[in-house]
Design a protein around this ligand. Structure first.
Ligand code: ATP
Ligand code: MG
Length: 421
């Protein structure tokens, strides 16, 4: 029984493996006999899931050494055959993923030159790269993911095959593309990930809108860094360990600059009027197409729609500012704003202003409990249900957020004397 694939790679690189997969010459029924509580979810492929000890919730995959049969659809083999460790290594995708380790002696079993490539920091397909990408087109994105995650260079023949086979990615379901892409866009080296997706042509298959950002000129006084693509990739690189929604919002924040670009003759400058609102709409379409969950679609699109609002925070009335700051996504939006500035003109005045305000408002809830409700207005002011009630409640809330009303009595006086006289 050997440790296989990712866990061996991660350990040799000095990282704690996320999960441990085992490979064995024992047949699935023999594995099941050894671990009576196991699940034969992938029995057809020789994979048995064994639950970790003492209810740890850990799942260990135990797979019988196998050879994959022919691939007809570019996604999965028609059949598998049980075989030797050597053949099992050959069916794996990249040399650094093709290593085994004896868990007792810690000996490394390397049939694919994976150790040499780990040392040289090279990502190389096992066997003939083109053939391997034709067999399973998901490997195209996995190549980018592993290159970005390890920081390794992609070996030239593997790179050439990526470019040649990029269009095959269209065979893969949006859900599987989404899952790989999400890992690439949150990885530490996500800007390089984006560059690789562009350079290989893979992005054209699932996110062609990004290609439009290349060469989309911006006013140099605001954007000394260059075109919208350059701006976006620098902004992405400035994020630290971002949650997925933030990384997606940064990627898509200026996605509508190309279709909104105009030249203002009078002012002699380029403008992108409404790129935030159109960007929110485009973000929705893109994320829906990639089958992201609704909550992701809504939150990312919301952040894109508000990213220009930061330019006006210093002119806002307190009540409006508090409403703006009360959104659940606001902490992520501050980060989006920070990297938006730092990847262009570097102005931090709105960012600093928001931080001062956050401290100023820190002792009380941004949106405190209302001082009165509709019932109070109907009972104590003899008002009948209707739009007036809502208007009065909003006016009272504004006064409260501005700090001009702080208790119910004062709210009553305000309603009586300022709104209903
Ligand atoms: P991660 O840390 O992301 O889980 P991993 O290397 O464990 O990385 P998995 O997707 O869990 O990646 O797959 C486990 C192993 O199975 C890989 O290391 C690789 O050897 C093999 N493998 C997985 N998917 C493929 C594929 N599409 N084609 C060939 N081999 C694959
Ligand atoms: Mg794994």
């Amino acid at each position: 029984m050997y440790l296989a694939g990712g866990a061996v790679r991660d350990q040799l690189m000095g990282h704690e493996p996320k999960d441990y997969d085992l490979a064995t010459s024992a047949r699935p029924d023999e594995v099941q006999a050894l671990f009576p509580k196991s699940d034969a979810v992938g029995e057809h492929f020789g994979v048995i899931i064994v639950k970790g000890s003492r209810g740890s919730g850990e799942m260990i995959e135990v797979a019988t050494f196998r050879t994959d049969g022919s691939y007809n659809d570019g996604r999965r083999p028609e059949s598998v055959e049980f075989s030797s460790p050597e053949e099992d290594a050959q069916r794996r995708d990249f040399t650094i993923n093709g290593l085994f380790q004896d868990p007792i002696t810690e000996e490394i079993i390397d049939h694919v030159g994976g150790q040499k490539d780990l040392e040289a920091k090279v990502l190389r397909a096992i066997g003939e790269p083109e053939k391997r990408f034709e067999e399973d087109a998901l490997r195209l994105l996995r190549a980018v993911r592993f290159a970005v995650r390890t920081g390794f260079e992609i070996e030239p023949e593997t790179m050439a095959a990526l470019k040649k086979c990029a269009s095959l990615l269209a065979q893969i379901s949006p859900e599987r593309i989404r899952d790989e892409f999400s890992k690439i866009i949150v990885a530490k080296d996500r800007a390089r990930g984006l560059d690789l997706l562009v350079k290989t042509g893979l992005i054209e298959i699932f996110l062609p809108e990004v290609l439009e950002l290349i060469g989309c000129e911006q006013p140099p006084q605001w954007h000394p860094e260059g075109d919208v693509y350059v701006h976006t990739r620098i902004a992405l690189s400035l994020l630290e360990d971002p949650p997925l929604h933030l990384a997606l919002a940064v990627l898509l924040h200026d996605i509508a600059k190309p279709p909104t670009q105009t030249f203002d003759e009078e002012a002699g400058r380029i403008r992108f009027n409404g790129h935030d609102k159109l960007g929110a709409k485009m973000a929705k379409e893109i994320l829906r197409r990639l089958r992201y969950p609704n909550q992701t679609i809504e939150e990312v699109s919301f952040m894109v729609s508000r990213h220009m609002t930061f330019m006006h925070v210093q002119d806002m009335r307190t009540a409006k500012l508090k409403h703006f700051m009360a959104a659940d996504s606001f902490p992520m939006e501050i980060e989006l704003h920070r990297v938006d500035c730092d990847s262009s003109n570097g102005f931090r005045d709105n960012y600093d202003f928001i931080h001062r305000k956050k401290e100023e408002f820190a002792n009380e809830p941004l949106i405190p409990k209302p001082l009165m409700d509709g019932r109070d207005l109907m009972d104590d002011f003899d008002l009948s249900p209707g739009p007036q009630i809502g208007e009065i409640l909003r006016a009272v809330q504004t006064e409260q957020l501005e700090g001009r009303l702080s208790d119910k009595e004062a709210a009553y006086v305000f309603v009586r004397e300022s709104l209903l006289q």
